[in-house]
Design a protein. Structure first.
Lengths: 108, 115
């Protein structure tokens, strides 16, 4: 089986609503990182949460980490049309192991 | 703000040809990486590089692949004899600091098309 599975695979919400994406991973990690990718473009680093942290905030982003369940969630509050992109979690033990991604569409 | 750059943005080559993908990592970073993303699939780790040597590589990174840091700024990925299945986006990344477990900053990618 693959490391790093996000759910849902696709999510469409109205602008202004909150978007929650979940991620699971398989092995122990040093940290977990979330990235965003616009269609056909590069990966933009959003936030890093270390294995000894449970929650982290950055602007409209809130990330949680549950190492006992090997899972993480990314919450984007007050979504905007510009948030439309694919979001990936990546578990980190030096190299990054990416999940399959959630394609988020914000409907204006 | 410093960023990772990659050239070319798009490379088209014939099967069996050699290609070199180039990257300029962020200048004070110490760890360098190559990843690839086949269209519609997840991003996959290829290789990490530190202190002028490979520190880890995946099973994808076979003898057809090599990396080099020829000078103080460039980091290259060479594919000796390209195959159709090498068609993908190739991303370079770098991270800095004294520990390896930091955020990795990605370049915009090189789209490799093998015909």
């Amino acid at each position: 089986s693959q490391q790093g599975e996000e759910d849902p695979q696709a999510l469409s919400i109205q602008e202004g609503e909150n978007a929650t994406m979940n991620c699971s991973y398989k092995t122990s990690i040093n940290n977990l990182q979330w990235y965003r990718q616009n269609s056909g473009r590069g990966l933009v680093h959003l936030i890093l949460i270390r294995s000894n942290e449970r929650e982290k905030h950055s602007g409209r982003l809130r990330v949680t980490l549950d190492t006992s369940k090997k899972s993480s969630s990314l919450l984007i509050t007050a979504s905007r049309a510009a948030d439309t992109a694919s979001y990936f979690c990546a578990s980190s033990n030096e190299k990054l192991t990416f999940g399959t991604g959630t394609r988020l569409t914000i409907i204006p | 703000e410093p960023e990772v750059t990659q050239t070319p943005s798009h490379q088209v080559t014939q099967m069996g040809q050699e290609v070199i993908l180039r990257c300029v990592p962020i200048s004070n970073h110490l760890y360098f990486y190559w990843y690839r993303q086949i269209l519609g699939q997840k991003v996959e780790f290829l290789v990490s590089f530190y202190n002028n040597e490979i520190s880890e590589k995946s099973e994808i990174f076979d003898d057809q692949f090599s990396v080099e840091r020829p000078d103080g700024s460039n980091f290259t990925l060479k594919i000796r004899s390209t195959k159709l299945e090498d068609s993908a986006m190739y991303f370079c990344a770098s991270s800095g600091g004294v520990v390896v477990y930091n955020e990795q900053f990605f370049g915009p990618g090189t789209r490799l098309t093998v015909l």
